[in-house]
Design a protein around this ligand. Sequence first.
Ligand SMILES: Cc1cc2nc3c(=O)[nH]c(=O)nc-3n(C[C@H](O)[C@H](O)[C@H](O)COP(=O)(O)OP(=O)(O)OC[C@H]3O[C@@H](n4cnc5c(N)ncnc54)[C@H](O)[C@@H]3O)c2cc1C
Length: 381
Amino acid sequence: MSQAIQFDPIRLPDAAEDLRSEVRAFLADNAEHLDRPSRRGFDHEFARKVAAKGWIGLTWPKEYGGQERSFLERYVITEEFLVARAPSQVYFTADRQSGPVILKYGDEELKRQVLPRIIAGECTFAIGMSEPDSGSDLFAAKAKAERTNEGWRLNGTKVWTTAAHEADYMIGLFRTSPATKENRRHGLTQFLVDMKKPGIQTRPILWPNGDHDFNEVVFEDVDLPANHLLGEEDNAWMQATAELAYERSGPERFLETIAVLIELVNLVGPTPDSRAAEGLGRLVAQLFTLRRMSISVAGMLAAGKEPVLEASIVKDLGTVWMQKLPDICRDLGALIDRDLAARQRFEAALTSNMLIAPKLTIQGGTTEILRGIIARGLGLR
Ligand SMILES: Cc1cc2nc3c(=O)[nH]c(=O)nc-3n(C[C@H](O)[C@H](O)[C@H](O)COP(=O)(O)OP(=O)(O)OC[C@H]3O[C@@H](n4cnc5c(N)ncnc54)[C@H](O)[C@@H]3O)c2cc1C
């Protein structure tokens, strides 16, 4: 079905800009936690400090420990933390998407058990969607959940599971029935899985430089209580699709390699030559446009809309842009030799961001899949 692209002209409200000053002051006070390469963002002390500010679960209901503040205020915190390279990995996934899924689909006992722990900065989540033969095509998932007298039993394998080795919980997609002829999306169900349960093996998949982010997670007769089923049995495809609109449109979808641009600005200094000035001007103009589009999607989500098409456009344009950014910055900075310390910081940012660049257009849905969604939204397929 055809659908027009609609980016509402959202501006951040004054409350969000006021919060920005507070966030910057907090980051300045906690500079010792920022931009540390080790453990790729798992800093439990920092997570507790953020929690003490009330900035995890900021938008969630007060009865579970949230602040009931706006989605656009949360946007500002995420944006400032990304630019400062703050280590938010302990709680990031839980705050962005797992907590909201539990709020929407979990039973009361689960909400009271899990949400306050996320808000306290003490709970890490992993996402268990991809499998060895099911990545882009989620509906081919084979890992299964079978009914038992007490609840459910899981068997199967998930792969590319970011942070599973650090996670307290996974929200996983499991097959509870075969797909039907009429609907191949039918038959998948979301579960909350306690990662400390017997029968779960988490095996590392290492980056070429030895860093550890991803895992293969094998489930062998893992028993879950009945109330760990989230939402509706067999109908998780609708839940997982809505979750992806949150996953695809945030500032992390164009700011993940921003360190190279910041270090390039430091390297060229206050009097860039015309080549660097033109290149930087172009990049900043593109960044500004992406940011306006991403804020627009955040505003539409806050207004209760489901901008799935617009979120896919932000992720496609944003990830392709930030993937090219290290290469473009390397060219712009190649001949500048003004300040040795600035050059070393620039080189360090280049090295780490060139390494991660290839993944940016794969995680959370590949470029080709996003363009398929966009084409369908425009009625072109
Ligand atoms: C950094 C990173 C973190 C990740 N974290 C997680 C995680 O925490 N949890 C999780 O569940 N998964 C995670 N993933 C997995 C990710 O979601 C999948 O890699 C992604 O969905 C692609 O699936 P695949 O690797 O099986 O590739 P495939 O689906 O096999 O795709 C291979 C190629 O074929 C193309 N392709 C496939 N289908 C089509 C089509 N219909 N039309 C056109 N082209 C097509 C794809 O675009 C791609 O280029 C992560 C991946 C990365 C890179």
